[in-house]
Design a binder for this molecule. Structure first.
Ligand code: GCO
Ligand code: MG
Length: 412
């Protein structure tokens, strides 16, 4: 079975997505996600100009060989653009293989290890009462694990806080804090680490007081702290028993996590901006983290996230794949199939895509019992509507930029 064509589709039903559609000579179609938020066209060009010509005529079943051919063959390895492009190819080929086998993809990855994949949703509020409303809404919708982000007194806007805490599932404004914004230039936010460190523990104290001990709580520090600040935050959150504290320091410096780890027992998650097993080499072997955040979409696809997770399994490190709205429903479907099969699955991030996005991509996975389950149809379970996708052309969009009070650019 040979690859006959490969098409790159950029669509923007509310936000931008890059999709690779591979068609075989006997008409089987597979889809892969290569969306890189705010830099989408770089992946689209990498695919169209450099990868698609290499795919035509290749054996559609030779997934591992194609992965190695694109990774080693390019000479220039790793990096988010390269690994998102490889991820799109890898995911589309797994979709095809499972369709040909007549099986839902998780069956080819080893079969179900659980009934469903536990997910966490994003609750947020400008202040504590608004946050409580958002947590309550998530609990009513069935979430059993919830990420908590709030405004910080003195700061105008903070990453992770929606403008309307009342927005419901599927509403475009529910996660309007991080659509790469459609504007000529990135939005600019301001930041003050001391104000943040003073405020966050009181928020968790309030949430535990209101909602009790059962619900799993998570928090994302979004790469903004120094190792010693991160250690202080982890320590101050220990009484509130977090499921994880995410991205406490900029992820490039793996050694920073050694400092954090030595000072706190709060579980640590990292890696949404990592894209290969090499980025985890020391973090996993030295057991400096508890959860791996790499999504299939940015880390070379199902084949390579599986490699990361097999390495992680030796050290009791679990998966916590990145699942923001900028990973398309195809990327999320792939994560749910792999999550069903992995023994060391931990949790899956689940920011429900807007109605418009779901209409274009046609995902079939189901949310129930606080978790996601893939449908039983062959492949990934995606019904992509190309005509509808074409009605939503690309619009330039940027993620925000963050500055300290004196104007210095800071991690956002
Ligand atoms: C998360 C992430 C996202 C990223 C976004 C960038 O934990 O979900 O931090 O919110 O900021 O995906 O494109
Ligand atoms: Mg994050």
């Amino acid at each position: 079975m040979l690859i006959e064509r490969a098409d790159v589709i950029v669509t923007s039903p509310g936000r931008n997505f890059v999709t690779l559609k591979i068609t075989t000579d006997d008409g089987v179609v597979g889809y892969g996600d290569g969306t890189l938020n705010g830099r989408e066209l770089a992946v689209a060009s990498y695919l169209t100009d450099h990868v698609v010509p290499l795919l035509i005529g290749r054996d559609a079943h030779a997934i591992e060989d194609t992965w190695q051919y694109l990774y080693r063959g390019a000479y220039w390895r790793r990096g988010p653009v390269t690994m998102a492009a490889i991820a799109a190819v890898d995911t589309a080929l797994w979709d095809i293989k499972a369709k040909v086998a007549g099986l839902p993809l998780y069956q080819l990855l080893g079969g179900a290890s659980r009934e469903r994949c536990l997910v966490y949703g994003h609750a947020s509020g400008k202040d504590v009462p608004e946050l409580f409303d958002s947590v309550r809404a998530h609990l009513e919708e069935g979430f059993r694990a919830i990420r908590i982000q709030t405004g910080v007194p003195g700061l105008d806007s903070v990453y992770g806080v929606a403008s309307s805490a009342a927005a419901s599932i599927g509403d475009d404004t529910r996660y309007d804090y991080e659509p790469a914004r459609r504007s000529a230039l990135p939005a600019e936010e301001s930041w003050d680490t001391r104000a943040y460190l003073r405020h966050v523990p009181s928020v968790f104290e309030a949430v535990r007081g209101e909602f009790g001990e059962d619900v799993a709580l998570l928090h994302d520090a979004h790469h903004r702290l120094t190792p010693i600040q991160a250690a202080k935050l982890g320590k101050s959150l220990e009484p509130y028993d977090l499921f994880w504290l995410e991205d406490v320091t900029p992820a490039e410096n793996q050694e920073a996590l050694r400092w954090v780890r030595h000072h706190t027992t709060t579980p640590l998650a990292i890696g949404e901006v990592f894209n290969s097993v090499w980025d985890y080499q020391h973090l996993i072997r030295e057991q400096l983290i508890d959860y791996v955040r790499s999504p299939i979409t940015h880390a070379g696809g199902i084949s390579s996230v599986r490699r990361i997770m097999d390495y992680a399994a030796m050290y009791q490190v679990k998966s916590g794949m990145h699942g923001p709205t900028d990973v398309s429903p195809i990327g999320l479907a792939a994560a749910v199939h792999l999550g069903m099969a992995l023994h060391n699955f931990g949790i899956q991030e689940y920011m429900v895509h807007s109605e418009r996005t779901r209409e274009v991509f046609g995902p079939t996975h189901e949310f129930a019992g606080g978790g996601l389950r893939p449908s039983e149809e062959p492949g990934l379970g995606i019904h992509f509507d190309e005509a509808l996708a074409a009605e939503h052309p690309y619009e330039r969009a940027y993620l925000p930029v963050n500055r300290l009070p004196d104007g210095t650019v800071h991690d956002w």
